[in-house]
Each structure stands twice: as structure tokens, then as C-alpha cells.
Design a protein around this ligand. Sequence first.
Ligand code: ADP
Ligand code: MG
Length: 289
Amino acid sequence: MEVIFRNVSFSYNYKKENEKQALKNINMCLENGLIHGIIGPIGSGKSTMLELMNGITMPTNGEIIIGKYNLIKKDFNFNKFRYDVGLVYQFPEKQFFCNTVGEEIAFTEKVFSPKNKNIKNKVIKALKMVGLDESYIMRSPFSLNNGEKRRVAIASVLISNPKLLIMDEPTIGLDNNSKKRLMRMLKKLKTMYSKTIIIVTHDVDMLYEIVDNVIVLNKGQIVIEGDKLNVFANVELLEKNNTPVPNVVKVEKMIYDKTGIDLGYLPNMNSLVRAIKDAKEKSEVIPYE
Ligand code: ADP
Ligand code: MG
């Protein structure tokens, strides 16, 4: 689902003496079927932006349109909107309270459609989407490792088959292997299940590998947005705005500045090392030919 912000501003404590403007005049259009990343320093307005997309908080000014829903006009069935837009909070597994993974994932579905007899199938499907098999259904969610817990939490949102999945810091607190698995899973959700995904994160290395577009926020405003290659080509601008730059981009820039060699898009450090090795082998072979 496409997400459109038109002249959106938001203030906490609006018109009170402690008013705090968190977003200023945001205009953006996040295309359907892609993975979008929102980055920027602490306090730049990222979480506020996600809350506005969730339809619970209303902007102080402007208009937000998500797919067919105009969040300002509110002329739609809010339950349907809830099905179409899934929000995964930071550390979602902290909210686990059921005895089994199956109950945990089925919980919202049971609340929204208590007569639905197909719940077990839906649970299995949601588990499959996050790369876990049926054997997890009877396990205690508290017995899982952090990566598995995170995926169960995501499955509990995916059970309603949202078209748009919004995530606040999905990789936070995960070890490298769990992160990699989660990244593969997110890519699959886009390519196999046609989800539009919006990710807020500090983990720009992860983001660089999987996103299509990036929005950079600072002090409640958009600094730059667009295709990730274009956005991350602006290393100075990002650093000036206290926004981290992926390591692979920094090293590639250093190589380019020193040698003039442009290695092109490489998703991560491993692929960079491989590219350098390949380049070295070629350059060693050529003189003997
Ligand atoms: P981020 O997620 O990028 O760290 P937030 O969206 O949480 O940023 O916050 C944006 C700005 O709004 C910050 O200056 C923050 O202090 C302020 N803010 C966030 N939540 C509240 C609140 N409940 N009341 C008042 N100000 C808030
Ligand atoms: Mg935040």
C-alpha cells in the first residue's frame, strides 16, 4: 500500500506552554511494494512518524493517505484498516503473555474474529511467513531464543495478512545470525508476499542490504529521501545531520577517493571483500597474459 504525507506537522502538547513540534511540514510518497527505511538521529521524529501511520495519533496539520484510507477523513471501517496495516513495536516480544506460540500468534485474530474456525491454518501460514515450522505451535514463547521470539512477534502481526508492515527497530537486541535471518525474511515478505514494508532503524548496515528507498529525518524535517544509492551517496550531508552511514559505503568511498575505482553497489562488507579479492586476482593475472 502506498503511504502519502501531505504537509504533515505534528506537535505534542499542542497549544500548551510545553508544546513540542516533532514533525514539520512533511511531504512524501512511499511507493507500494517496496521496502522503505526511515533513519535519523534520536529525537528526529521517526517514532512519531510511525505512530501517525498507525492511525491512532492524528497530525496537527496536513493529510495522511494510506492505500484507500484517508486517515484524516476517517470515512472508513477502522477494523479493516487494522487488518491492512500491521505495526511491530520495538521489542515486541516483551508483550508476550500466552503459554504457547500458537496462542500468542492467534490472539489478535481471536479478538477480531472470534467465530473464525480457520485460525490454526492462519497460525501455520503466519509461522511459515517468518520461516518457522508447525512444531513451534505448542512451544512456550518464553523458551525461544531472541531471534525466534522476534519472529513469533512478527508472525502475530502477519496473521491478519496486512498489506503494509511497519516496524520500529526490528533488529534491535538481536545477534548477527538472527539479524541475517530476519533480513532474509523481510526480503521474502516483499518479493513472495508482496508486502510494503516501512522500517525505522539505527542499523544502517542492515538497511543498506535490504531497502529500496530511504528517508532521512532530522529535527522533524526530511533532510533527503529517495533511492538508497542516491541517498547514501551523500556521505557529508548525512554526517552533518548526525545520521550513520553504512560501513560498506564509507570504505567504498575511501577506495574511490584514493584510487578512482568505483566498485558499484555492494550490499555488505563480505561482498566488498570478495570484490576486492576479484579485482586483485584480475590485476595480477593481466601482466602475465
Ligand atoms: P525518534 O523516534 O526519532 O527518536 P521521536 O519521534 O520519539 O523521535 O521524538 C521526536 C521529538 O518529539 C523529540 O524531540 C522528542 O523529545 C519529542 N517527543 C516524543 N514523545 C513525546 C511526548 N510524549 N511528549 C512530548 N514530546 C515528545
Ligand atoms: Mg524512536
